[in-house]
Design a protein around this ligand. Structure first.
Ligand SMILES: [Zn+2]
Length: 179
């Protein structure tokens, strides 16, 4: 399987780049050791629109949808977003800390944003993901592992249990080629 190349600046060369203001420096820039998989869709279970891009760029219009009223003002981001068609958008350099995990803990470490790369799959807890999403995800994880010492690939629900349920029961971990 070919992989998605990540350059020295933490940019995936084949990803469409959309700049999010929601990032900051990693407290330990050399500790990039985890990948966190999420699902997201805005409005929920509505695919193909611009809601996620608007959320991650602080451009949500609360008048567009009742759900958007609840999330306006959130300052969040993710390094990557994989659309249903397998296309890849990058919002934050892998070298920087994106704001995707929130309160979180894995083994003896909390604040997982500090040392993780966040990948959002366009989806929900109620729908299967597409073949093209798994293909892109695996090529991306492969590329990430070539440049960063990734020890764990986990779901958001693994690091924020009780608070988060994504990537959800339809995410098939058997299809993640971890090695
Ligand atoms: Zn999540």
């Amino acid at each position: 399987m070919n992989f998605i190349q990540i350059d020295n600046e933490g940019i995936a060369l084949e990803a469409f780049q959309v700049t999010s203001p929601n990032f900051d420096a990693r407290p330990e820039p050399n500790d990039i050791s985890m990948v966190v998989i999420h699902n997201i869709s805005l409005p929920p279970q509505t695919y193909g629109g611009s809601g996620v891009i608007e959320l991650f760029t602080n451009n949500i219009n609360p008048q567009d949808h009742p759900y958007f009223e609840k999330i306006q003002g959130l300052k969040v981001s993710s390094h990557f977003f994989i659309r249903r068609d397998g296309s890849l958008i990058q919002f934050v350099s892998c070298c920087k800390r994106a704001w995707h995990a929130g309160q979180s803990q894995w083994k003896n470490k909390s604040r997982c944003n500090d040392f993780s790369i966040g990948i959002e799959l366009e989806g929900s807890d109620f729908d299967a993901f597409t073949d093209k999403q798994y293909e892109c995800l695996n090529r991306l994880i492969h590329g990430i592992k070539r440049v960063y010492p990734i020890k764990d690939v986990v779901g958001h629900s693994d690091i924020s249990p009780g608070r988060k349920t994504d990537p959800g029961p339809f995410f098939d971990w058997q299809r993640v080629l971890v090695d």
